[in-house]
Design a protein around this ligand. Structure first.
Ligand code: XMP
Length: 589
């Protein structure tokens, strides 16, 4: 099926969001590299150029084939896309007086009422901006129809050539009339028709599966997560249960009850899913590991070894089998996912046998055109119960990347009323991920102040830290505890597993788990001589994991949770992570 809208990826994290929003309007949209030749997207009814972190005047910054702007197909430039369009058509882009990040108010300018892009708009509505550069001079034939206090050219258009540009982000929820603007562009200006509804594409997906499988059987390495479960179920529907087999690898780094839960889920669905118990292999390989990237590498290697063994033992590498994978759309596009997810995925896909299968066409990926929420919609259509579809994401390397380690013993350092705790946690500022110490405050904030905004501001201003945590309760003052030299050992994984179990049980019982997107529980080697670890709570809200907000919880729930966590052997204290992403990441490693 040819997409009606192509979104050209100028390197922005919002590129996927634009494509998703267009699909939510019921229109098939796909992403292409920004420099795709114009003739390759000729069949489209419209093109959207995404935002991106570069400046158009930087050497090597993303650009597009100028022929796309020849007026034959409508084009909407968003943020960087607007600036690129301006520059290519002879206008002027320069650094603004100061950057504009966050909420702003859109003022409609003369002539807006005649604009098809802004049909149905009203003046002084909220928009969301994230830019430093601005358009200072319009290309010939353009007029401006919207502005903000710091950005004169917030909406521009040249309707006779079907070219439109917005400096703000219509795809984010914080832009009040963003959906209307995209709908105006897609339906009225481009003339698109509704042609996209994943839930009604089951038959087409199944036909495709049968075609690729071509009489062969399919085997999956399943995780119990939404993607591989739905992909598996689609194959069962398309081919019959006796032609689909799943293998679940228990790495010993799973949450409490996870292996049993996943096995029970597939048994209930009537599927052939076997459990491979490999905890000894993983924990053995990890013994003594401390460095975060080394831990990931060890786990990746262990996965490769286990997968190769299974493929060998079960004779899966022959003409009768193909591999099924739950790969979804963002995984197939370069800019999607996180740096770390990419690392672990290359490990998974590097299995020599799997590589061979991919090259010979022996792979079935029924979800490769869909986003997560679309996968859920397909799952609903398949009749899968909500508890299988609404599970919080959980990282492939499991508890290992939530069990922090330290090379050395170290004392916290006083910083005014706060403490610099030398455990290394990851953060993301700009396009870079860095490891840095944590700032701990002794005081858990009252609801009256927005401690999360303050924490995020503090991290942005302090180069030496990546996140701010607040003490909920501990057996000793923060200043008297210390960081202990520590590595991955079964006892610490067990401690973390117990903490995670308690947190999950209490958040489910209280309904808190429905308010959040993910809730990592992290063990840090910070405590007293007798109790050498502390637990950090990291509940976040997010849309797709690319950005996230720290979420506070009810004081009574938090108090009760901390009390139970402190009963765990070896746990000295409980902290709460107050940092948004950016600048902190969701996971600590
Ligand atoms: P960060 O920590 O980058 O996480 O804010 C964003 C999302 O990605 C997940 N994540 C991973 N998933 N392997 C995975 O399979 C990994 O190595 C990994 N690291 C982070 C994280 O749980 C969150 O949902």
């Amino acid at each position: 099926m040819t997409p009606q809208i192509f979104v050209l990826d100028a390197g922005g994290q919002y590129c996927h969001l634009i494509a998703r929003r267009v699909r939510e309007l019921g229109v098939h949209a796909e992403i292409r590299r920004s420099d795709v030749p114009a003739h390759e997207i000729r069949g489209a009814r419209g093109v959207i150029i995404s935002g991106g972190p570069a400046s158009v005047y930087d050497p090597g910054s993303p650009t597009i084939d100028p022929e796309i702007l020849d007026g034959s197909v409508p084009v909407l430039g968003v943020c960087y896309g607007l600036q690129l369009m301006t520059q290519l058509l002879g206008g002027d882009v320069r650094p603004g007086q100061k950057g504009e990040y966050g909420l702003a108010t859109l003022s409609l300018e003369d002539g807006w009422a005649a604009s098809r892009l802004l049909a149905g708009f009203s003046d002084r509505k909220q928009i969301w901006m994230s830019h430093k550069d601005v358009v200072a001079g319009l290309p010939a034939g353009f007029s401006r129809i919207g502005s903000t206090e710091t950005c004169a050219m917030a909406v521009i258009e040249n309707p006779s050539r079907h070219l439109y540009g917005v400096q703000f982000h219509p795809e984010v929820v914080h832009t009040a009339q963003g959906r209307e603007l995209l709908a105006n562009f897609v339906f009225d200006i481009c003339g698109c028709v509704k042609d996209w509804d994943p839930a009604h594409q089951l038959e087409e997906i199944e036909t495709q599966i049968r075609k690729t499988a071509a009489g062969r059987k399919v085997f999956f390495f399943v995780s119990g997560g939404v993607d591989s479960t739905v992909a598996f179920q689609l194959c069962v529907r398309a081919l019959g249960a006796d032609r689909v087999r799943g293998i679940y690898v228990d790495t010993g780094l799973m949450r409490a009850g996870e292996t049993e839960g996943v096995a029970a889920m597939f048994a209930k669905l009537g599927d052939d899913v076997r459990v491979e118990h490999a905890a000894g292999e993983f924990l053995g390989a990890l013994a003594g590991a401390r460095d975060p990237e080394l831990k990931r590498a060890i786990i990746g290697e262990a996965f490769v070894a286990v997968q190769e063994r299974i493929i060998e033992e079960q004779h899966l590498l022959n003409a009768r089998w193909v591999l099924g994978q739950g790969t979804i759309y963002p995984d197939t596009i370069e800019s999607g996912g996180t740096a770390q997810a990419a690392v672990i995925k290359t490990h998974h896909n590097r299995v020599a046998g799997i590589q061979k299968l991919i090259e010979s066409g022996g792979i079935v990926e029924p979800l490769q055109s869909f986003y997560k929420d679309e996968v859920r919609a397909i799952g609903v259509q398949l009749g899968l119960p909500p508890e299988y579809l609404e599970r919080h994401p959980f990282p492939g390397p499991g508890l290992a990347i939530r069990c922090l380690c330290s090379e050395v013993d170290a004392e916290p350092i006083a910083r005014g009323d706060e403490w610099l705790v030398p455990v290394r946690s990851v953060g993301v500022q700009g396009d870079f991920r860095t490891y840095a110490p944590v700032l701990a405050t002794e005081e858990y904030p009252s609801k009256a102040v927005d401690a999360r905004a303050a924490a995020t501001e503090l991290v942005n201003q302090t180069a030496e830290i990546n996140r701010v945590i607040a003490l909920v309760s501990a057996i000793a003052p923060v200043g008297s505890m210390r960081v202990w030299a520590s590595s991955i050992v079964p006892a610490r994984i067990e401690r973390l597993r117990e903490a995670d179990r308690i947190v999950r049980e209490m958040s489910r019982a209280s309904g808190f788990d429905r308010e959040i997107w993910q809730f990592p529980v992290v063990l840090i080697p910070f405590g007293t001589a007798e109790r050498r670890d502390s637990v950090v709570l990291r509940p976040v809200d997010s849309v797709d994991g690319m950005t996230a907000e720290a979420v506070l919880m009810d004081d009574n729930l938090l108090g009760a949770m901390a009390e139970r966590l402190r009963e765990i052997d070896g746990v000295a204290g409980v902290f709460y992570d107050l940092t948004h992403k950016p600048p902190g990441t969701i996971e600590w490693e």
